[in-house]
Write a protein that binds this ligand. Sequence first.
Ligand SMILES: *[C@@H]1O[C@H](CO)[C@@H](O)[C@H](O)[C@H]1NC(C)=O
Ligand SMILES: *[C@@H]1O[C@H](CO)[C@@H](O)[C@H](O)[C@H]1NC(C)=O
Ligand SMILES: *[C@@H]1O[C@H](CO)[C@@H](O)[C@H](O)[C@H]1NC(C)=O
Ligand SMILES: *[C@@H]1O[C@H](CO)[C@@H](O)[C@H](O)[C@H]1NC(C)=O
Ligand SMILES: *[C@@H]1O[C@H](CO)[C@@H](O)[C@H](O)[C@H]1NC(C)=O
Length: 434
Amino acid sequence: MQSQDSRMKPKYAIVFICIVALVIIEKESSIISRVSDKLIQRQTPQTPLDYNNTASNGSMSMFKMLLSKLIGAKGNFSDLSYFGRNGYRVGHKHILLLATTRTGSSFVGEFFNHHGDNMFYLFEPLWHIESMLAKNANSGTVLAGIYRDVLQGLFLCDFSFLEKFISPPPQDHITTDLFRRESSLSLCEEPVCSPVIKGVFERYHCKTRRCGPLNLTLATESCLSKQHHAIKTVRVHQLDTLQPLVEDPRMDVRVIQLVRDPRAVLASRMVAFSSKYQTWKTWAQDGRVPEDNEEVKRLKGNCDNIRMSAEVGLSQPGWLRNRYMLVRYEDIARYPIQKAEEMYRFTGIPFSPQAREWILRNTQATQEASGVYSTQKKSSEQAHKWRFKIPFTLAQVVQRVCGPTMKLFGYRFVDDKKTLINKSISLLEDKLFH
Ligand SMILES: *[C@@H]1O[C@H](CO)[C@@H](O)[C@H](O)[C@H]1NC(C)=O
Ligand SMILES: *[C@@H]1O[C@H](CO)[C@@H](O)[C@H](O)[C@H]1NC(C)=O
Ligand SMILES: *[C@@H]1O[C@H](CO)[C@@H](O)[C@H](O)[C@H]1NC(C)=O
Ligand SMILES: *[C@@H]1O[C@H](CO)[C@@H](O)[C@H](O)[C@H]1NC(C)=O
Ligand SMILES: *[C@@H]1O[C@H](CO)[C@@H](O)[C@H](O)[C@H]1NC(C)=O
């Protein structure tokens, strides 16, 4: 009965996507376009991508491509006899760290990455999907379904669906192009880290040691040998799109949604995604922000997505009961060990000495590491810095369009610049989320 159900799921997903596709095709002529491979700026990996340079194509043919990709790639996950027919293996956990850019998700991801030998951690695998498929307001539903299916495959240690989106395509499951491989300790340890072959592959991706290209078959084997699995992503925008994943009887999924003061997020994005946020920087200088601007609408859309996901989670629908936790970055910055303990308790995974040690080392560091993607920041101090970086006018804009989101998470509004930059006034309400 169980495996029957599991086999049916992908079919439902495809039928659903077809229906959505048809609805969209009715409305618009060009929905999904393919990104040329070279377009992606690997240096600024989390920058929202500019899809305008894409060669667009008829939506129908694009959907055919997409669907054939989807169906062709559909891992028959029930083939994995490794997973018991009567549900997930007892004590095996699947953690999804759900965030948006510049909320400290790389840092928090490390809490799990450093759990130890029994953890298989992946950093932003969905980057590949976003890179390959055009982003378009109307393609969101289709993308969300693909994101979910890729996550499902990865939690089951099946890389085949993800492989379809890696560019250039892996040969015999070998790739040199897995995004941020070095951010995953389990992909940098023996035997997944195979020796560099001189002259054949010049690229290697691990910090601690030189590794040859990634053999995804070995990655699968390593994944299957680990008890726990964690994936961090900034690309899932609506929590409810994940319901079929959370309900998959072969896994024990726990979702941790990480949020941060949207004013701080904007301040941070203006630095990290400098060219993309040029408009905001101009406004910062002018001191005036036009009403109804696209950028402002985008900010509002982001905030609304985050709030709606949190509302779904906090309302504790049956499918998410005891599987959802909301965490504010600011609380982690203030009490890293306590919050890490709480998160681990929530997941049901023991808090390991390795994870504790990593957190201690990286939150009490005296020197600030350089680089915008660095996770090594003196976290409590770092948490205030944005207040001096964002002009009051922009803080006001955020408060206007993200007001409900800020209220829900307990971020205090400021009425004047003096309050904004007065560090003895906390902008954080003490708040518990249950
Ligand atoms: C992308 O294309 C749209 C519509 O063609 C245009 O309005 C928008 O300004 C473009 N964005 C960028 C970043 O070029
Ligand atoms: C457009 O779609 C057709 C049919 O699927 C395909 O042959 C062609 O290569 C596509 N063009 C681009 C630019 O992707
Ligand atoms: C999927 O796996 C099941 C169980 O191993 C098998 O019976 C079935 O034929 C497979 N389906 C496809 C489409 O490969
Ligand atoms: C990748 O790993 C698998 C499993 O160990 C092995 O059978 C295969 O030969 C490896 N591929 C290469 C190219 O080394
Ligand atoms: C900052 O706020 C505190 C508490 O409200 C106040 O006592 C202090 O005078 C303020 N400092 C400045 C420079 O405004």
